[in-house]
Design a protein around this ligand. Structure first.
Ligand code: MG
Length: 479
């Protein structure tokens, strides 16, 4: 299998923002989405920019909910303390009472928003992006990222004069050191997680947290699950020793560790701990798609129901869902799109093929520690190696390509493609996805929200078929 990379933040508003270039402040070096703002430290992203967004977010959250408390937390990036202080000051300036949960996973910040009944939350993290990036992720009062509608409402505040508090109404500042502990307790309370059964197996687990925020939660989780831990990169200093995205190509050190210590499984996470990638007991990275596939295999056994994923996730998930008689529904790419669809359909499990697993028993957010607990429960139940389970599930080949974005509308190309390729399934929710379920093939074409390119991804039983599909889509695009 080739490693699979799926961009998981849907960025739709950059052109809207560019209208304000020079009038409010320069956003030309920033990537702005409904649920966050991201940039290179010192270029697009400065404390002034962070403060402006944080103030708008704080004013928006307080106004919408009538609550004053806003949770803030960060990953381990070197620029994190500086941006956290800028955001904190800005939140206080609009009358928000800040609760700082420190260096924690993003899903821990999301849970803290729910637990503390806050107006919202800010995670200072650029997720899987390299060390020179940082970002804010905006979290609503339900612990989910802001969706398109909420993002619009927040933006209208950012465009106008943000209402500031006078000296009597400034927000307070406090810290909360218990957020990770509460997160752990929620995971260990998953109704079908049999902690004693996992503990009895004494799994040897190799772990690579890339010196991100994973070091704050993973050792404790694995200890409570009775695992023998063999770890690298647990320091939380943000000095990433490898490319931080947990795709197979970046996991060479973890593969060696698994082989050297004879681990049952290897776990790798990204710096803000919402994505989990696995290395099999043979010491080979499995590719991120297997994380959600394995978690789904386990969860459907205990909780029959609907599965939700995005349009670019591997067919592996269809196979796993159908083997359990479950329905699989696909939403546009982007965590919030998948999470909202899960809410609508009252789904049992969902997530993205990039290693992001969402289990509503804990919360509607991608959560790597949740994913790890589910994988260990699966290993405990099946009583055989992860490589044996994966070879039973099988696999596909994925081919990906980026091409320059044509100047005109893509709608005509979509119509042409749908007609020419005669796919039995056509999905227009997010670009164009064509599928031939009987033959195990699909292709997805979507314009990037951040770059002037179109992404084409195809999957088939073999690489040649997948390449042919990519070529057919590429050739049908207008110049
Ligand atoms: Mg992440």
């Amino acid at each position: 299998m080739h490693p699979i990379y799926i961009r998981h933040s849907t960025i739709r508003s950059i052109r809207v923002w560019q209208r304000y270039e020079g009038s409010v402040f320069d956003t030309s070096n920033l990537m702005v989405s409904v649920s966050g703002v991201r940039g290179r430290v010192g270029e697009g992203l400065t404390p002034e920019v962070i403060a402006r967004f944080a103030a708008a977010f704080g004013a928006f959250s307080v106004r919408e909910t009538g609550r004053r408390r806003v949770v803030i937390g960060r990953d381990s990036r070197v620029s994190g303390p500086m941006f956290l202080r800028a955001a904190t000051a800005a939140l206080q300036s609009v009358g928000a009472d800040v609760v700082d949960v420190g260096v924690v996973p993003t899903p821990t910040v999301q849970l803290a928003v729910e637990d503390l009944e806050a107006a919202g939350g800010l995670a200072v993290t650029a997720s899987h992006n390299p060390i020179e990036w940082n970002a804010l992720k905006f979290i609503g009062p339900d612990g989910m990222f802001l969706d398109a509608e909420q993002g619009q409402r927040m933006r209208s505040l950012l465009e106008s004069e943000i209402p500031r508090a006078d000296w009597r109404a400034l927000g307070s500042y406090s810290t909360d050191d218990e957020a990770v502990e509460r997160h752990l307790e929620r995971i260990l309370a998953i109704p079908f997680l049999d902690v004693e059964r996992i503990r009895a197996r004494r799994f040897r687990v190799a772990l690579d947290c890339v010196r991100g925020a994973g070091g704050t939660i993973f050792p404790a989780l694995l200890d409570r699950l009775g695992c023998v831990l063999e770890a690298i990169n647990l320091e939380t200093d943000g000095l990433f020793p490898r490319e931080p995205e947990p795709v197979a190509a970046n996991l060479g050190d973890l593969e060696r560790l698994v082989r050297n210590v004879g681990a049952d499984v290897g776990l790798a996470t990204d710096p803000d701990v919402d994505r989990l990638s696995l290395v099999g007991n043979g010491g080979r990275a499995l590719g991120e798609d297997y994380t959600l596939a394995l978690a789904t295999r386990l969860v459907l056994r205990h909780r029959p129901g609907t599965v939700v994923t995005n349009l670019s996730t591997s067919r592996l998930l269809d196979d796993v869902a159908h083997a359990s008689g479950a329905r699989l529904d696909r939403a546009p790419v982007g965590e919030i799109n998948v999470a909202r669809r899960m809410q609508e359909l009252d789904a049992t499990i969902g997530g993205e093929g990039n290693g992001g697993v969402i289990l509503p028993d804990v919360h509607l957010a991608r959560d790597a520690p949740v994913a790890a607990a589910l994988v260990l429960q699966l290993l405990a139940e099946e009583g055989r190696s992860i490589d044996a389970i994966v070879s039973e599930i099988g696999g596909y080949e994925i081919v990906k390509e980026k091409v320059p974005r044509p100047s005109g509308s893509l709608d005509a190309a979509y119509d042409l493609l749908a007609e020419r390729l005669g796919a039995p399934e056509i999905d227009r929710q997010d670009g164009l996805r064509l599928a031939w379920p009987e033959e195990g093939r699909w292709a997805h074409l979507r314009p990037s929200g951040t770059e002037p390119i179109v992404r084409i991804i195809a999957e088939a039983p073999n690489a040649e078929q997948a390449s042919r599909l990519v070529a057919a889509l590429r050739e049908a695009l207008p110049a």
